[in-house]
Ligand binder design. Sequence first.
Ligand SMILES: Nc1ncnc2c1ncn2[C@@H]1O[C@H](COP(=O)(O)OP(=O)(O)OP(=O)(O)O)[C@@H](O)[C@H]1O
Ligand SMILES: [Mg+2]
Length: 554
Amino acid sequence: MKTRRNKLLGVNKEVIVGDFKINNDGVLFKDTRDDIEQLIPICSPLLVKATTRNKEGNDWGKLLIFVDPEGQQKMYHMASSKNQNAIISDLVHRGLAVSSHSRSRHLLAQYLRSAPSQNMMLSSSIPGWVKNSFVLPYNSFGPDEVVFSGDPNIGFGTHGNWKTNVGKFCRGNSRLVFAASVAFAAPLMRVVGIEGGGFHFRGLSSKGKTTALQVAASVCGKVATAPGEDSYLLNWKSTANSFEDVAQSHNDAVMVIDELGQADPKSVGDICYMLANGQGKARMGTAKRSWRVLFITSGEISLAEHMSKAGVETMIGQEVRLLEIGTDCTEHGLFENIHSSKSPAEFSNRMKAATANHYGLPFKKFLAHLTSNTGTVEANCRAHMESFVQAVMPQNAHGVVPRAALRFALVAAAGEIATERKLTGWRKGEALRAAKKCFASWMEHRKTFDPVAMTVDKVQKFILENNTRFELVGGKVRLNGSKVGYQKKGKFLILPDVFRDSVCAGINPESVADALERAGYLETSGPNRKKKQERIDGQLAYFYSVPDSILKAR
Ligand SMILES: Nc1ncnc2c1ncn2[C@@H]1O[C@H](COP(=O)(O)OP(=O)(O)OP(=O)(O)O)[C@@H](O)[C@H]1O
Ligand SMILES: [Mg+2]
């Protein structure tokens, strides 16, 4: 045991630090009181590996290294500002053996205060990027070794084999592949300069939503199976009072927050803003907290429906921060492929069990790759994002669409990069396809809150439903019903009174025309002249002129 301890701590011979000796037996104090020299045992072997401070030159501390009674080497970050008794209790809790000598605790405190180290290391109290490195509790990736100096019990952990037990079974399931890809996407936000934001999985009860969130969480850490266990999966209720803390402890990572229905309907919209914008509230005497996160949530109802319980309407800004994705995909609910399970319920239960036992490794491997090849990953990520955007961006994309598309694109790219690194068990293109499906679902949802999208949808439906009431100029098709306008050279010319009474039906025609124009689906005669003159049968008349490309609008 002694040799093992020595080897683990890197101590080949005795180390002397002032009146302290550190050798195979532990830390000893050379007491010379009353001219009699005696060695007082203090604790098991413990050394200071480095002196630490954060990148702003604050939060000074020491990185300690010691051996527990089973011979395991442990690290502990000691903040210089922390109470010595609390530090010793922490060390004992983690397995440092303190001797029974009456002066041992007092001497240990003295040793911890005075023991020097030649090494300087950077520290960070929150996970995420520090210069060109990425830090997690107990792990540092990249060129500079960074010490995590915050509370390490924030859910990151590693166990089992995620790829073969979880990743592989996501195949063919767009929502599962997408959810897992969100976890890979979070550290890429800084790399490609994308803002934070969320996704909301919305659908019927007991159809796999929480299962999908567990899959996302398991990329980074354990999903608790019993109360009291640390869990990477959060819920709105227990997080309500500490969103700023929790957001910081997921900096540059994904926050997975289940059950939107449990959030306070009055404040949930503001919380979505806050999480996405990455800034806490200013408070007297403390620095404003900041973070960069992606978040996923789930629920049976939409953000707007939930907020309406408190009589609050969503703003477009909130909707674009929490992009809703429907989960009622097939007769199997959220799942599109249940692999060899007998039922979707059995598949869900298998996935839940797998996420409790296999987690964390893909995220760490992803970070190791990302921090040692940041430039290459950035270029690759941008290329994947560009091809995603080109594939999905509708003609005349406007307003919130390009902004939302970028977040989906980042997720698609992250999933592809993780797949290229052989971390997921998916085929090439799987993450891209999954993100396209999820984006299409969001585009449908957008029609419920975006006035421009609502207008385009309304006019598109009017034209489709009244197709036979447009007289074909120069054609012989007979009208079926009263005339609503003309169809001429790739455009629908809607009669002004029909536009006012039937298309707009109570809504101000100017604002409808304005929205149509902004979407690129209205040909006008110039600024503030929404109607266009057209010659029909030799007569000039004014119409609302809508290009027939509106029929393909999404
Ligand atoms: N697609 C499905 N079809 C049928 N049963 C399912 C399906 N998905 C999950 N279940 C069953 O429902 C249980 C709960 O699954 P999960 O937590 O994923 O549901 P959920 O969609 O989050 O439901 P809720 O909205 O009530 O939270 C599972 O343990 C499983 O037995
Ligand atoms: Mg659920």
